[in-house]
Design a protein. Sequence first.
Length: 338
Amino acid sequence: MLPATITTTDYHTGGEPFRIVADPPVPIPGTSVADRRARAILDPQIQALRAVLCSEPRGHADMYGGLIVPPDDDGAHLGVLFWHKDGFSTACGHGTIALGAWAVESGRVAAPVTGSVDVVIDVPSGRVTARVHRENGNVVAVDFVNVPSWVVARDVPVSTSRGEVRATVAFGGAIYATVAADQVGLSVSPDHLGDLIAVGREIKWALNDSPEAKHPSDPRLDGIYGTIWYDDLGDRPGEVHQRNVTVFADGEVDRSPCGSGTSARLAVLYADGRLPEGSLLRHDSIVGSTFEGRVLETVATDQGDVIIPQVTGMAYRTGEHTFHIDPADPLVPGFILR
C-alpha cells in the first residue's frame, strides 16, 4: 500500500537526475545500509515506492534516486539506498555528489561560508565521502571519494551482434565491463546511442553470471552493473582525456560521466601506467558534461594494489515535488516506455 503523498528534492549531476527522498514514507528495516538494500529488494512495499518514483507519469525509464536511511554508525552523517527502474544499485557517484550538495544546502550538515566540509555517507558498497566546497555560501564543487577500486580481469572475450569484443572488468563500487567503442565501429555520441545501448546490454548479460562478475568478499556486490563505452581523446602531460557513456541496469543510460564508472576507469588507467598518482582524468559524458578523476592513493590488499579514487563534479537542484497517489488511479505505480 503506497502512501497518499511522497515528497522529494530533485538534483542533477552532469545532466543525470537524482531524486532524494529524505523521509521515506514506508519502513526500511535492517542492521546496516547493505542489509537494508538486501531486504528492500524483497520488500513489495519498498519496491512499489521505488517503482512509482521512477515510472511514468512521475518519472521515466532513466530516472535515478535515493532513499535516505540511517547510517551504519555514528561515523557517517547519513545512509542511502540508491534506486533506478530495475532495482537498487550498490553504488552511485553522481548521487553521492548530489547528496553532498543537498546535505549542505539543506542545512543537514553545517559547512563554512567559504571552505570545505566532508559529508560522510554509508552506501551498500561501503563508506564514501562527498567533500563539499563552498565560496561565499554557494556550493561550487563536490569531490566524491569512493571505496577502493581495482581491475578484476582483462581481455575477457564477449560475443556480440557486432562481433567479438575484449572487455576489461573493473570494480568502482559496482562491477563494470569497460570497452572501447571503436571495437564495434562506434563512437560515444548521441547518434550512436541506440547501438551502444543494445550492444552494452548484450555485454552486461553475457558477463553477469561469469567468474569475472564475482566480488571477492561480498556476494551482495556480485554481477555486472553496466557496460562503460569509452573514446580516447588524447593524452598530454599529467592528463588523460576520455569520453564515455555507461549503459547500466537493463539498458539505462547515465547522462553524467558516471561517478562509480569513472572510479573503475581510474583503476584501469592506473594499472595501465597511463594515470599515475597526481595525474588527472578528464572524463566527458555523452551530453558534454565533465568529471575530473584522480587517484588519491594506493592500498595493498589481498587483491593486490587497489586505488582510492576521487571524482569531482557539481550538482544542481532542479525542483521539489509532492507526488500524490490516488488510490483510484489504475496506472499506479506507473509504466516504463523506452
